[in-house]
Design a protein around this ligand. Structure first.
Ligand code: NAD
Length: 295
């Protein structure tokens, strides 16, 4: 029998702040497969996340198939809008949710990881974060600032993370991000430059696969997930409609679960997928394949 075996692998899932998002399900699936999992959390959401963990409010969600409880090897602070502390405006740096978090930039995260785990220690890097301040606005009504913010946080952050973690990733390691069909086709209500951010992410996946593949021997892929009612997805105000639309028109008329997405991440991260890089892998019950249905 062939199983996904990630024992002895170390993973970081960036973009975990509750038990509902894809990031948490991915962390759990990686742990089910035997990986040691750390997470990175956005400072504005991190305090509540840590409190919920401490108070045992997430214990049920943290239970693994074999009865063990998911333990994070570390919880890092990360604001993916910033590469170094010099980029951080004074009002953010002094904000009470940031000021005690040390270096929460991408460079800081990488340096903290290197101190904690040393060279060749990043086997699985998962980018499960996105943010667009104007995501609920039509693209045509989006400001330059909102558009560029969506691109910076949701797409460039993956480039920056692969560039900075690359030297700590052994050959065969894997970097994976999460994308959405709105990159490729019009999804009404998916706006604020998030469409462009996801298109950038998908194109960068190919370039990073080539360049980080040649430089470090690592793989880079992105998973295009169907809609699921997470906190980020609720920002468009349309998530319920999207889910119902998919259920009606996808080849498989079923609701997508976080586990279905997370298990594909574990597979792609594993040596079983050693031949896959530069790919956008759809996990959406087949919706992306459709033109007209129900005619
Ligand atoms: P989520 O809200 O659980 O995850 C998004 C995470 O990003 C949150 O933990 C949030 O705190 C974090 N974040 C926001 N701004 C940040 C910043 N500046 N720096 C660091 N972290 C920041 O929602 P999710 O839907 O699980 O999103 C995870 C990924 O999946 C995203 O890339 C999203 O676009 C993608 N995705 C989601 C859906 C869906 O329908 N939920 C579909 C396809 C793709």
């Amino acid at each position: 029998m062939t199983n996904i075996d990630l024992r002895g692998k170390r993973a970081l899932v960036a973009g975990v702040a509750d038990a509902v998002g894809f990031g948490f399900a991915i962390a759990k699936s990686l742990a089910e497969c035997g990986a040691q999992v750390a997470v990175a959390s956005w400072p504005p959401a991190m305090g509540i996340f840590e409190t919920m963990l401490r108070r045992g409010k997430m214990d049920d969600s943290r239970r693994l198939g074999d009865g063990r409880i998911l333990e994070f090897s570390k919880i890092y602070a990360l604001d993916a809008a910033y590469d170094t502390m010099e980029d951080v405006p004074a009002d953010v740096r002094d904000n009470k949710r940031y000021s005690e978090r040390g270096d929460f930039t991408i460079a800081g995260l990488v340096e903290n990881w290197r101190k904690d785990f040393g060279p060749d220690s990043m086997d699985i890097l998962v980018h499960s974060l996105a943010n667009g301040p104007e995501a609920a606005k039509d693209v045509i009504d989006t400001s330059r600032r909102g558009y560029l913010s969506a691109l910076g946080v949701s797409a460039y952050s993956m480039v920056s993370m692969v560039a900075k973690f690359g030297p700590l990733m052994p050959r065969g390691a894997s970097a994976i991000s999460l994308t959405y069909l709105g990159a490729q086709q019009v999804i009404q209500g998916y706006g604020g430059g998030m469409n462009a951010a996801k298109a950038a992410l998908e194109s960068d996946t190919k370039y990073l696969a080539f360049q980080a593949g040649r430089r470090y021997g690592i793989r880079v892929n992105t998973i295009s997930a169907g809609p699921f009612a997470t906190r980020a997805a609720s920002a468009t105000g349309k998530i319920k409609e999207y889910i119902e639309h998919y259920e009606m028109h996808a080849p498989l008329q079923e609701r997508l679960t976080q586990e279905e997405v997370a298990n594909v991440v574990s597979f792609i991260a594993s040596p079983l997928a050693s031949g896959i890089t530069g790919s956008t892998v759809f996990v959406d019950k087949g919706f992306h394949a459709m033109g007209i249905s129900g005619a």
